[in-house]
Write a protein that binds this ligand. Sequence first.
Ligand code: SAH
Length: 246
Amino acid sequence: MVVYLIGAGPGDPDLITLKAVKALNIADVVIYDRLANEEILKHAPDKAKLIYVGKKAGEHYKSQDEINEIIINEAKDDNNEIIIRLKGGDPFVFGRGGEEILDLIKENISFEIIPGVTSAIGAPTSVGLPVTHRAIATSFTVVTGHEDPTKDKKQVKWDYTADTIIVLMGIGKIKENTSEMMKYRDPKTPACVIESGTLPNEKIIFGTLENIADKNINTPAILIVGNVIDVFKEINEFKNKKINIS
Ligand code: SAH
């Protein structure tokens, strides 16, 4: 028996790896999250047991401990050989995948980890936003905009020196976070938001560090700050023109 921790990619169901599909093809159980596109489940055999552990409107959603318990119980069930734990994006980028693996180790359960295309890079790349660009950005930082409120001490200080800042889970606190960033960066720095990246309802919103928080934004979304957005604008303009011509 083995537990596969798999990244489902940023949204578009075709952005999953071949290795992940091969594992899904032989799954006995698939335990999946809200951000893992449900279309991906069609790669699992019809007889596979599908367990949803994400949020559902108006319902209690499972705590991390409860999820870990479900994975372990399924792994210990003699009827199961291949257990898939499917997560949105990459399982180790703000996915709590590390915690799940450490719990499996405690139980002496074998595992394999299959990376996924993270939304942090996959969403910008797919729209034509290069997170690094010669002479403009030699580094990027991926940071959470919603640090665990139960932590005693904040680790995120917003004083990052990377040229491009990519904020995940950053919409709820976008006003506070952009104000903090403006302590270290020019308020006129270009900023943009990608909503539902790689999905049919994808939307791009442009602004600057000082005004992006005032825009109407729906989740899931990532916030990107930095001069690479000027390069993106050029690429985007061309893409839009092409669409108009055809
Ligand atoms: N492990 C995931 C991230 C989980 S945290 C990954 O690697 O992508 C969840 C956050 O990811 C969301 O709050 C949002 O900021 C971002 N996100 C996930 N999917 C997204 C998408 N399709 N478009 C934009 N942002 C997305």
